[in-house]
Design a protein around this ligand. Structure first.
Ligand code: GTP
Ligand code: MG
Ligand code: ZN
Length: 359
């Protein structure tokens, strides 16, 4: 691997603005390239080093998102060529996370400090504009720019490729849509042209769409394992099993991820508003300011659905995500409130204990 400077790895001095006296002076900025349970790999640009977090960081972390994730910049001490100790996670400029399965409003971190997310969908049964919308919302909520890459163009006739691209464009908003093939190299130059050295890209999409194959093609070598997915065991089998950050020789930084089976949504509205821009724009025109756009008179959105300006299934998808988002927002606030009152309880017990001891 080439010896990159921190700037080439995407480091920005502004991340260090707040000097932290609790960090030992021998700590240097390092970038997390891989996370496996409680062990980590970090790099200063000259290769991956195994790393662990300090007990203070580990036990001080209230939630998974407080611990290092792939893509993070951390302050760490490089002990020797086989061990580094992570003391602190530096502020993130962007953060990709999803709600974990089940009722609990916990978030699973995916990766951080990403400039652009590459949403890969294959032009076969995998293709779904509804899922695309979900990815777009998730990525935009994380303050990340999305680009849509449609893979396996070699499996389709040119006119079908154009059709797939057209469907994707119908929901993409400002995001670019490119079709390509890892097999024939068609459209590959267009993908390459998108990528800028020292920027961080993250590959997202279902298992088997060709994320790792694309990464290998860009790298010009087999950095990642790729596998044919057989019909019989295509369910839930991921070839890539952990998120890993790779620095390509041309300076492009790429995070590969395992295919996701479930996409959650989080509370913040910006991702939904941006992804459903044409619907959001109409909201202000409804007669009632608290219009739910389901049965009210003079609802501008229902009118647009009726006239066909907004497709039924897109409107359904919008309502579904709005409901989910509202639900997540509520449980998130409730959880915060619970945590806060628990915190107060602990404090008052501690205080009482101290008082008793004093007597
Ligand atoms: N026909 C065709 N096959 C492709 C293309 N890209 C990838 N494949 C094949 O699809 C299979 C899966 O590719 P991977 O790159 O492993 O898929 P992945 O998205 O990384 O999957 P996970 O790691 O499980 O998330 C492999 O057999 C690839 O050779 C393509 O553009 N066209
Ligand atoms: Mg893979
Ligand atoms: Zn309305």
């Amino acid at each position: 691997m080439v010896n990159n400077s921190l700037e080439m790895l995407g480091f920005d001095q502004a991340r260090l603005d707040e000097a932290d006296p609790s960090i030992p002076p021998e700590c240097v900025p390092l970038r997390v390239t891989q996370v496996q349970k409680e062990s980590y790999f970090v790099t200063d640009g000259s290769g991956d080093v195994y790393a662990e977090v300090t007990g203070r960081l580990l036990y001080g972390a209230a939630e998974a998102v407080d611990l290092p994730v792939t893509g993070d910049w951390v302050m760490g001490q490089v002990v020797d060529s086989s061990l580094a100790i992570i003391h602190k996670v530096l502020p993130r400029s962007s953060f990709l996370r999803r709600k974990t399965a089940g009722k609990k409003t916990d978030y699973q971190p995916i990766a951080s400090n990403i400039d652009t997310a590459l949403l890969v969908q294959a032009m076969d049964e995998d293709f779904s504009v509804r899922r695309l919308e979900r990815y777009l919302v998730m990525v935009r909520e994380g303050q990340i720019e999305p680009v849509i890459l449609l893979s396996k163009s070699d499996l389709q006739k040119p006119e079908n490729v154009a059709e797939y691209a057209e469907s994707a464009r119908s929901v993409s908003g400002a995001a670019r849509v490119l079709a390509f093939s890892n097999e024939t190299g068609e459209g590959f130059d267009g993908v390459k042209k998108l990528l800028v050295p020292s920027k961080t890209y993250c590959l997202l999409g279902s298992s088997g769409v060709g994320k790792s194959t694309l990464l290998n093609r860009l790298a010009g070598e087999e950095l990642m394992e790729t596998k044919e997915i057989r019909e019989s065991d295509s369910k839930g089998r991921h070839t890539t099993t952990s998120r890993s950050l790779k620095i390509l020789d041309n300076g492009i930084i790429m995070i590969d991820t395992p295919g996701m089976r479930e996409l959650g949504n989080i509370g913040a509205g910006t991702g939904i508003e941006e992804t459903f821009g044409e619907i959001h724009e109409l909201e202000g025109l409804c007669k009632y300011s608290d219009c739910t756009h389901q049965h009210e008179d003079d609802c501008s959105i229902l009118a647009a659905v009726e006239s066909g300006d907004i497709a039924d299934d897109r409107f359904e998808s919008y309502l579904k995500m709005q409901r989910e988002s509202a639900h997540n927002e509520r449980s998130f606030l409730e959880k915060k409130k619970r945590d806060k009152s628990l915190g107060k309880l602990y404090k008052s017990v501690q205080k009482a204990n101290r008082k008793n001891k004093g007597n």
